[in-house]
Each structure stands twice: as C-alpha cells, then as structure tokens.
Design a protein around this ligand. Structure first.
Ligand code: ATP
Ligand code: MG
Length: 351
C-alpha cells in the first residue's frame, strides 16, 4: 500500500493539516485533520512575511493532533508560480530532461537562476506530432520559505505541489475523474487567492490563480458598514448560517457579482480557445465556497449549477471520537488543498 505524506496547507487565514491511510482496494481512511488560525498578515498573497508566526501556528497544530509523521507535502500558489503547456519535438525522456532548461528559458518570464523548474510529459500531441509537456516554474525563494517553515517545525518536506493541482487530486479521489469530453471547472476560493483549474477529460487543461477570495467580502462589509475587521468577518459567517439583513445581503450580492466576473474572465479566455467545449460542472472549494451569494453569481454567469466539494466524501474516519463528523463537515470545502496533498506519495509529481 502506498505510503502517503502529511498534507500541509499554509493558508493566509488558517493552516490546515490532514493525514490519511490507504487501505485495500483503494479505500482511504482519514486519520487526522485540523485547522489552526494564523496571525493576520503572516502570509500575504502567497508570500510568508512572518515566519515565526506561521511556525508557531504549525507547531501548535501538530502537537494538538499528536502527529508523529514527519514527511509532509505542501503547496504553493500565486504569482510566484508559472504553469505552461508547451509542445516539444518528439524525443526520449533523457533528452527531454536535458532540453527542459532551454525550453523553460523561452517560456518562463523569470530569470532561470531564480526558479525551480519541473515538468511532466503529457499524452497530447499537436498536428506536427510534437509532444505536449506541462512546465511548472516556481520562485526558489518562495519554495525555500515554505519548506523552511516545515523544517522549523521539525517536519521534512518531501513534496512541493501546486495548490490548483492538489485541489484536482482531492476532487478526483472524492468524485470521479471527468469522462472524455467532459469539462469540470474547479475553483478553490481562499481568503486572498483563488485557484482555478479547468479539467478537460481526465487532465488539467487550464490553471490560473486569481488574486481575490473570501477576504474581499469581509473588507467591503468593514468599509461600507464602518466596523472592525472581526465584526465584519462575524457578519459574513452569520450570513452563511442564514442570519443576515437586507443591507448585508446587498453587499454580499454586489461582491459576489464582481468576483464571479473575475472568474468568468478566466473561463471565457479558456472557452475562446476551446469553442467546442461546454462546462459540465463547476465545483467550488476553499473557505469562500461557503458564501451563497457567490454560488448564485457564478451559476448565473456560467448557466451551470455550482456544487461545493466535499473532499472527505469517500473516506472513512479512523476515530470519530477524535475527529468530530460535524467539525469535518463544517471545514470540508476548506480542506480540498490539504486532502489533495495528504493523498500524495513521497516523490510524487503534481497531477
Ligand atoms: N462558514 C464560513 N462562512 C463564510 N466565509 C467563510 C466561512 N468559512 C471560511 N470562510 C472564509 O473563507 C476564507 C478562508 O478560506 P481558506 O481557509 O480556504 O483560506 P486560506 O487558505 O487561509 O487563504 P489563502 O488560500 O487565500 O491564503 C476567509 O475569507 C473566511 O472568512
Ligand atoms: Mg488556501
């Protein structure tokens, strides 16, 4: 049975940790899951600004959950990551390995000394018979900062994934991979960053990180109602539970529309180059997936119902006395990235 990693999602609002155990016949057991808030501004737009605060929160969480496993899989996202699909002449794996740095130089707008490059040979071919390759470049500085947090907390980072791909991994494990010709749009809505991943058939056809998320709702409620950040956050959570006012509803609808417009831009960009494609499903995850006005706005623009991902859907829970089912249910959308990471095996590549 494949050995998995401890999933570690360093979010700007909350750190999430998840651990699973693979059973016979593909069954998966959830052995640990926890969420720990991080100090505001400790992580800003995917960059770690206050390492000590993030390490403290992680240590607290690992101790609270009594975790002994050291190997972790973590994810990065945002503007320090570039993902591109390119075509290269048919060649052997060894030749490709040698060729990649040159290809990267042409396709990646960062200095090659500043980035880690990874790639994966895909099954696609263009009409000229060239092979499709998924190229990923990540700023070394950011990879170093994220792995340093894990090491400072006495953990051993063995997989560095991309958030959008971790969400895809969680989706494919909890539901089924899209069938041929099926298009599934995954949107993981964090606090300040949203990861979009469009699956065409069985693989990712388009990814984009959009610099918006649940925090935009809080900021606007705070600004328009002239209240503190914490009060605004409280009002937003109450609205999720159905306790709201016409003024709050109006604000949530307004921001929901704006945000759905941002996501539509990316979706339209993809659809323009895939005119034969119809979106079959839109699946939301991340804490922002709780916001109902956003569901309505996205559904209205795309003419497709939106669903909320439950990455725990097919899992059994090792010890329900320790892992409260109500807690899991409440945090299920927020757990998409971390569950996708927990399902990685050491040495795994993205996708
Ligand atoms: N029940 C809820 N109702 C409304 N909003 C919620 C709820 N739960 C979480 N959120 C919002 O979701 C966001 C946090 O989601 P998530 O944990 O996915 O973000 P993160 O991973 O910490 O952030 P990022 O990925 O942007 O760094 C916050 O804006 C939070 O207010
Ligand atoms: Mg996140």
């Amino acid at each position: 049975m494949a050995k998995t990693c401890l999933g570690l999602d360093l979010g700007s609002i909350a750190i999430k940790v998840a651990q699973v155990k693979m059973g016979r016949g593909g069954s998966v057991q959830l052995t640990a899951f926890g969420v720990e808030p991080v100090l505001p501004d400790a992580i800003v737009d995917g960059t770690i600004m206050n390492q000590g605060a993030v390490v403290d929160a992680l240590r607290t969480l690992v101790t609270r959950l009594g975790l002994k496993q050291k190997e972790v899989a973590l994810a990065i996202s945002g503007h320090s990551v570039i993902i591109k699909k390119i075509f290269v002449p048919a060649m052997t794996e060894a030749e490709l390995e040698e060729q990649i740095p040159w290809e990267a130089e042409q396709h990646i707008p960062f200095d090659k000394n500043d980035v880690e490059i990874d790639y994966q040979l895909l099954t696609g071919k263009n009409p000229q018979g060239q092979a499709e390759v998924l190229l990923v470049a990540a700023k070394k500085e950011v990879v170093r900062d994220y792995t340093a947090v894990a090491r400072e907390a006495q953990l051993n980072p063995v997989v560095v994934d991309i958030a959008a791909f971790a969400v895809q991994n969680a989706y494919e494990a909890a539901y089924q991979a899209p069938g041929p010709g099926e298009t599934v749009v995954l949107i993981n809505i964090g606090a300040s960053l949203s990861n979009l991943n469009i699956l065409l058939g069985g693989s990712s056809a388009f990814t984009r990180d959009v610099a918006t998320g649940g925090g935009a709702f809080t900021d606007e409620i705070k600004r328009q109602m002239n209240i503190s950040h914490d009060d605004a956050e409280g009002i937003k959570y109450s609205a999720t539970e159905g306790r709201t006012t016409p003024q709050v509803d109006r604000l949530l609808t307004q921001i929901g529309d704006q945000m759905a417009g941002e996501f539509s831009k990316s979706l339209d960009f993809f659809l323009a180059s895939h005119p034969e494609t119809r979106v079959s499903r839109i699946v939301l995850s991340g804490g922002g997936a709780h916001i109902v006005s956003l569901h309505h706005a996205i559904a209205r623009r795309a003419h497709v119902e939106v669903e909320v991902m439950d990455p725990f859907r097919k899992m059994t829970v090792a010890d329900p006395a320790r892992l409260d089912p109500a807690f899991l249910q409440a945090h299920a959308p927020q757990a998409a990235v971390v569950v996708g990471l927990a399902l990685r095996t050491p040495g795994d590549k993205f996708q």
